[in-house]
Design a binder for this molecule. Structure first.
Ligand code: BGC
Length: 251
């Protein structure tokens, strides 16, 4: 495997996915490996599942231990996970990077999942070459956010937890809220309108990028939004975390 390759692993609430990425093109150069996220999302179980996934990937890299980036749905500061919005509380304050490094026997860069996705879109996707401030949001179980200014990531923005109308924003506007409350696209779009207008007011971005699995249905809800800021669907959707984690692994 070439030296401009790295492994990206994306740990989510339902699945753990990983692949080898060509950092020049931003393409996956192996199949995408996937295991289910263990029930409860506890650190030891997730670590064991990640180890299992990595065995499959390592077989394809002829024994070369490629740089490895891992992204995760929490605030990550100096390798520690500092929050646990939709995962086990055991992650709060955990030296996750060190723990994974010791068990997996290689250098690891641990980062927030939305930051990884935002970085991937800025380097290889919908926000490539965009000057100024890009805000990527992922609409899934929660709302993740990434702030990228002139291609530089400002990590851990956590804009899914803005308090809007007395509610934690993601509890009303994440895709999971639409599913939980059986909202129509139009009903959900009203909540997104409130959310994005507020973020727009706070940051005056140059571009919004909308990621998460639901972004493949962007035609159902993005045209319903009325914003000053252009808003575009993510290009890499479910692979963005893998791409960004891999790209950030060697920075
Ligand atoms: C978490 C973020 C994460 C987002 C998307 C939020 O609940 O607080 O850290 O990026 O969900 O997974």
């Amino acid at each position: 495997m070439a030296t401009d390759h790295a492994i990206g692993i994306d740990i989510g609430g339902t699945g753990i996915k990983g692949a080898v990425v060509d950092l020049g093109t931003g393409e996956l150069v192996t199949e995408r490996f996937k295991v289910r996220t263990p029930e409860g999302g506890r650190p030891s179980d997730i670590l064991a599942a990640t180890e299992e996934l990595l065995v499959g990937i390592d077989v394809l890299t002829d024994g070369t231990k490629l740089p490895l980036g891992v992204c995760f749905p929490a605030i990550v500061k100096h390798g520690r996970t500092l929050s646990a919005a939709n995962i086990s509380d055991e992650w709060i304050g955990l030296p996750a990077e060190e723990l994974f490094q010791n068990t997996l026997g290689r250098d690891i860069h641990f980062i927030n999942d939305a930051d990884a996705a935002g970085y991937a879109e800025s380097r290889y996707g919908a926000a490539k070459g965009v000057d100024g401030l890009v805000i990527l949001t992922t609409l899934g179980t929660g709302i993740g956010s990434a702030l990228i200014h002139d291609g530089v990531l400002v990590p851990n923005s956590e804009l899914g937890h803005l308090e809007i109308d007395g509610h934690d924003a993601e509890s009303r506007a994440a895709y999971s809220a639409m599913e939980r409350e059986s909202l129509s696209w139009a009903q959900w779009a009203k909540r997104l309108q409130r959310y994005y207008s507020f973020v727009e007011f706070l940051f005056s971005p140059d571009l919004f990028v909308v990621g998460g699995g639901v972004s493949k249905h962007h035609e159902e809800f993005l045209p319903l939004l009325d914003l000053r800021t252009p808003i575009a669907p993510a290009v890499h959707r479910n692979n963005a975390g893998i791409l960004g984690a891999a790209a950030l692994a060697i920075r």
